[in-house]
Design a protein around this ligand. Structure first.
Ligand code: ZN
Length: 457
């Protein structure tokens, strides 16, 4: 009797282990889905400054048809996906958070059939749906630092830590970007969701396994072109076997999907003029090369903060403070990486809120405290002008000019504007290299003029 029971238990265990894997779900994430989309958009801009996007209509349409088929017939969750082909010989493709997707010409050339391309796209799309990029970023605790920047200006250190991390997201899109380098667990999940998606969409999932196998054997042979994919998508172990094993649990199906003629597309790629490689976007290094040339568009965008709205040039990026109402807004080259891994804002705006000392604003006293806090957080900073009274959106406020050494070398001007919002001061610190201040001053004035403040509830 006892023996029989033991046997039953054993069988049950084996049966579970041998069954299909559970469909993976997105893991821990500190970002919202909207932030995935926003981040992906910003990163896509960077990517397209660094890689040559192919404009051939027929080729792009073909890849888009495959992608669309996977998304709709394969029933993937809704994201604003798009698919672009980039002129790169390495066999690779990558997806950014929230949907932008880039396929290398080298991958299309290396594929033996359409299903192999679909396999890679399905794998990449799965990274998007499972939000692996921001999951990695969350695990790296990217958002643990803004507490220092936001809540108190004390930390607002015009060179706070968050931007360094975010700069690595927005600017550092190289091979080591946390957004594009996945864990083995994430790889195994993307394989699984990917192969199921391609099967639903009418592609033979075994072709995914075959293509990975081919890449792996070639990268073993030091084929540099095949190494790229394996480097950013590490083999979770027995990758091909794991995919093959899962195919046995799929419903029997004829895989007939065909969106175009792959050989023709490979011919198009063969005939493309070779574009010179674009220059990778230079990351500003602290203390090197001097202050950046400020960049700002004449068109503005509005950032809706908690209790305020602020207008800013529409080519700047916003980095909201996770733990407070503040935001840091800066241009593409507006951040310097510091030696200690932190970052400094070279130009841009940082907003925040400072509560009044005893719940009742005394503009003079609270402004003094605010200035002291700002100076404390920024080595070498000093007041360089008398505070002037101004009205900001109909409220009593003041503006004061400070100067400090810039992390990029030379001096920087920091204009602090603050307004009484009832329970405390709303403030904006506007940063500019001294050498660029003439250019920036009208912009700063416009930012202050168009600030809109709502009383704290
Ligand atoms: Zn992957």
């Amino acid at each position: 009797m006892r023996k029989a029971l033991g046997l039953l238990v054993l069988i049950a265990t084996v049966a579970t282990a041998a069954g299909p894997r559970k469909t993976p779900k997105p893991g821990y994430n500190m970002y919202s889905k909207e932030q995935d989309i926003q981040l992906g958009r910003e990163a896509a801009k960077e990517v397209e400054q660094q890689l040559n996007v192919i404009n051939d209509r027929e080729l792009t349409d073909y890849i888009n048809r495959i992608g669309k088929r996977l998304v709709t017939v394969g029933q993937l969750e809704e994201y604003p996906y798009f698919f672009k082909v980039v002129q790169e010989d390495s066999i690779n493709a990558f997806a950014l958070p929230g949907g932008p997707m880039y396929v290398h010409t080298g991958l299309i050339k290396a594929a033996e059939n359409e299903a192999q391309i679909a396999g890679v796209l399905a794998h990449e799309l799965s990274h998007v749906v499972l939000r692996h990029g921001t999951n990695q970023a969350s695990k790296a605790q990217l958002f643990s630092i803004p507490a220092a920047i936001g809540g108190a200006i004390a930390g607002a250190s015009v060179g706070g830590g968050m931007l360094g991390q975010l700069a690595q997201l927005g600017i550092g899109l190289g091979a080591n970007s946390v957004l594009l380098k996945f864990s083995r667990g994430a790889e195994s999940d993307a394989d699984l969701l990917g192969m199921r998606t391609m099967a639903k969409a009418g592609y033979n999932p075994l072709e995914m396994a075959r293509f990975f196998e081919k890449l792996e054997s070639q990268s073993g042979n030091m084929n540099k072109l095949a190494v790229a994919f394996m480097a950013s998508h590490p083999n979770p172990g027995d990758r091909v076997k794991a995919i093959e094993k899962e195919t046995q649990y799929l419903p029997k199906a004829q895989y007939m999907a065909q969106e175009g003629n792959l050989q023709k597309m490979q011919g198009i790629i063969g005939g493309l003029p070779k574009l010179p490689p674009k220059k990778p976007v230079q990351q500003q290094q602290a203390g090197q090369g001097g202050p950046p040339q400020v960049e700002f568009s004449r068109n503005s965008k509005v950032y809706q903060g908690q209790g305020y709205t602020i207008s800013y040039p529409d080519d700047w990026q916003t980095f909201p403070d996770k733990n407070g109402p503040g935001v840091t807004i800066t241009g593409r080259n507006g951040v310097a990486q510091l030696q200690n891994g932190q970052a400094a804002v070279l130009y841009g705006v940082i907003t925040g809120y400072q509560a009044a000392q005893n719940g009742q604003v005394d503009l003079r006293r609270d402004l003094d405290t605010l200035i002291k806090n700002v100076i404390q957080g920024n080595a070498g900073m000093q007041v360089s002008g008398q505070p002037q009274s101004i009205m900001i959106d109909g409220r009593n406020g003041a503006v004061v000019q400070l100067t400090s050494p810039s992390a990029a070398g030379g001096k920087e001007i920091d204009v602090l504007a603050a307004a009484d919002v009832g329970s405390g001061l709303f403030y904006a610190v506007m940063v500019s290299p001294e050498s660029e201040y003439q250019k920036m001053e009208p912009l700063f004035k416009e930012i202050v003029r168009t600030l809109r403040l709502q009383p704290k509830q």
